[in-house]
Design a protein around this ligand. Sequence first.
Ligand SMILES: [Zn+2]
Length: 187
Amino acid sequence: MAKLIFKYGQMNSSKTMNLLSTAHNFEEGGKTVLILTSSIDNRYGVGKVTSRIGIQRDTISVDESVRVYKLIEEIYPDYVLVDEVSFLKKVTIMELIKVVDELTIDVICYGLLKDFRGELFEGSYHLLAHADKIEEIKTTCHFCKKKATHILKFIEGKPTYTGEQIEVGGNDTYKSVCRQHYFEGGN
Ligand SMILES: [Zn+2]
């Protein structure tokens, strides 16, 4: 039985490192791996997955205009790994479900759960509803020793809870925090 797996974590929780080492392990075992990523994340250039420690490899960038079922069917890898899955739309998640159930290919997705407003991302929402297995990649609050469960956004050093859901940024703008520090704005 193929499975749809959702591994979620906050920012800086080594999601991409986890993806890259999973890909490496599968390939060491003689399996083929296809890596997809959301075309919205252009932090490091289109078509690459890069972890924050600099390891990089080629991927296919997708969005709702790409028929991922057809794409995966043509390549027919043993495993599909999806980076930045939160940014994908419902239509793409539904196609990934078909890949698991009809093509019997395991699909492992990595992404954030919620945005800085505390609301679920579209891709994450549908994965929570349909994944066979959900795993948390844990990280610690930027301000204390508790588990980080929220993302706090700072604009010019001030915590902010409103605005567009997706403005992809780096370390300066977003911090992974516990719920208490989220609502207290880091104080
Ligand atoms: Zn905290």
